[in-house]
Design a protein around this ligand. Structure first.
Ligand code: FES
Ligand code: FES
Length: 172
């Protein structure tokens, strides 16, 4: 019998038997996992619409990295934590500060790119306690494309996300 891969998603350990080792994380998320918040744009690692956060245990803490789910094979998740846009808000009225800042700054128009931007900003949010400098924001968002907003309101959201109340400790 094939050994399943194991990873954490939604606060639970998931066990998945992978029969096709070239199945991408994006296809698995949007299909079997029923998590369609992660979008498919280019499907070749260029647009950032499919961005998710991957957590890796390092000592006593978890460090997060934004990755393109369309070019990540599912077996690469073994032993990691996966965070998708569905994990961030407790409810529509209880958004993560990153999402709240995106709303406040009117940083979404058609919305197709928005989950990817949210997850890149979420990963940046996890790396620090204070507002990031402009060059750090530019670096964090370098892999995300938006054809509607002109980027200015998204950068404003990144600059203001730490001025909003932090999520409770038992949430992300
Ligand atoms: S869908 Fe464009 S980078 Fe993944
Ligand atoms: S809001 Fe339309 S592509 Fe970004």
């Amino acid at each position: 019998m094939q050994t399943p891969i194991r990873f954490v998603m939604g606060g639970q350990v998931q066990e998945v038997v992978v029969t096709d080792t070239t199945l991408t994380l994006l296809y698995w998320l949007r299909g079997s996992a029923r998590r369609p918040g992660t979008k498919e744009g280019c499907a070749e690692g260029d647009c950032g619409a499919c961005t998710v956060a991957i957590g890796t245990l390092a000592g006593d803490s978890v460090t997060y990295q934004a990755v393109n789910a369309c070019i990540q094979f599912l077996p690469m998740l073994d032993g990691k934590e996966l965070v998708t846009v569905e994990d961030l808000a407790a409810s529509d009225a209880d958004l993560h500060p990153v999402q709240h800042a995106m709303v406040t700054e009117h940083a979404s128009q058609c919305g197709f790119c928005t989950p990817g931007f949210v997850m890149s900003l979420y990963t940046l949010y996890q790396t620090r306690d204070t507002a990031p400098a402009r060059d750090e924001i530019n670096t964090a968002l370098a892999g995300n494309l938006c054809r509607c907003t002109g980027y200015k309101p998204i950068i404003a959201a990144a600059e203001s996300m730490f001025s909003l109340p932090a999520p409770p400790l038992n949430r992300r």
